[in-house]
Design a protein around this ligand. Structure first.
Ligand SMILES: NC(=O)c1ccc[n+]([C@@H]2O[C@H](COP(=O)([O-])OP(=O)(O)OC[C@H]3O[C@@H](n4cnc5c(N)ncnc54)[C@H](OP(=O)(O)O)[C@@H]3O)[C@@H](O)[C@H]2O)c1
Length: 261
């Protein structure tokens, strides 16, 4: 039986950091499968890890045909997936009425649909002790005017993870939702999102987010929250009525203070 880790979003940012840390922390894994669209970036990552059996899957998770390629590969090789990391994701900010529907569709496709399908495809190959790590976001904790579709897509992930975790309890497989605040990756550049001074203050390093996520996943925790800003948001979300939180976020994000946040 071949033991593997499968990481989506492996060509950059948080996903790439997961591959690096998994390679170092789990030397007994037979292979690490790295998935993203950009082949050169995946090749670079493979070269960075000599001596590790890194398998490249250059696939577009928004395409059904590519999801079928992953399904076929799993069916053929029947590995034991020790760790599944779903890190592929994207975000575009702005009021809903100013967004292109194609951008909203892309967020829903990658953040929700692909994450769900990849998880479902992997379920038959998870064994007792396997870990599912879903890279979610602090945006999952409350609706976010100005980032509505993205935050809603991440709330979906949190809900899905919690229900799935309960379903898998008897199998000894755990699901950990990783919910960081802003992280220093290409996410903002790719999504054309301005990194405002406040966000810069709370910007976490992917190394730290991933270290904590792997620790929390091994401890069987359902949630991994890294960063003071997002812990505070979560606390306020629990203490204040949602109506009040929405008024605050709408004021902050939509009414003239955009340059600060
Ligand atoms: N950075 C932050 O502030 C932050 C905060 C909270 C949560 N997150 C979440 O963290 C996760 C990783 O983001 P990141 O910060 O590491 O951003 P990133 O550096 O932009 O990485 C995004 C990854 O997703 C992959 N991806 C996007 N669309 C894809 C598709 N259609 N098919 C396959 N792969 C696709 C990209 O690979 P290719 O382009 O090569 O396909 C890339 O590897 C996302 O789910 C994001 O929502 C980020």
């Amino acid at each position: 039986m071949k033991y593997i880790a499968l990481v989506t979003g492996a060509s950059s940012g948080i996903g790439r950091e997961f591959v690096r840390q998994i390679a170092a922390a789990y030397p007994s894994l037979d292979e690490i499968w790295v998935l993203a669209r950009r082949l050169p970036a995946l090749r670079e990552l493979k070269e960075e890890l000599p001596g590790k059996n890194v398998r490249i899957l250059s696939l577009d998770l928004s395409a059904d045909s590519d999801l079928e390629v992953l399904e076929g590969r799993l069916k053929r090789e029947r590995p034991c997936i020790r760790i599944l990391v779903n890190s592929a994701g994207c975000g575009k900010s702005g009021p809903v009425e100013s967004q292109k529907w194609q951008d909203a569709s892309r967020m829903l496709d990658v953040n929700c649909r692909a994450l769900t399908i990849v998880t479902m495809l992997c379920l038959p190959y998870l064994k007792k002790g396997s870990r599912i790590i879903q890279v979610d976001s602090g945006s999952a904790f409350l609706p976010q005017p100005g980032f509505a579709v993205y935050a809603a897509s991440k709330a979906y992930v949190l809900s899905f993870d919690q229900a799935l975790g309960a379903e898998l309890k008897g199998r000894g497989v755990t699901v950990t939702s990783v919910c960081p605040g802003p992280v220093d990756t290409d996410f903002f550049k790719t999504g054309g999102i301005t990194l405002t001074p406040l966000k810069k203050i709370f910007l976490a390093k992917p190394e730290r987010v991933v270290r904590k996520a792997l620790f929390d996943a091994e401890a069987g925790r359902s949630l991994s929250v890294c960063g003071r800003s997002i812990k505070l948001v979560r606390l306020l979300g629990r203490l204040l009525p949602q109506k009040v939180m929405l008024e605050i976020t709408a004021k902050l994000f939509l009414q003239g203070k955009k340059e600060l946040l």
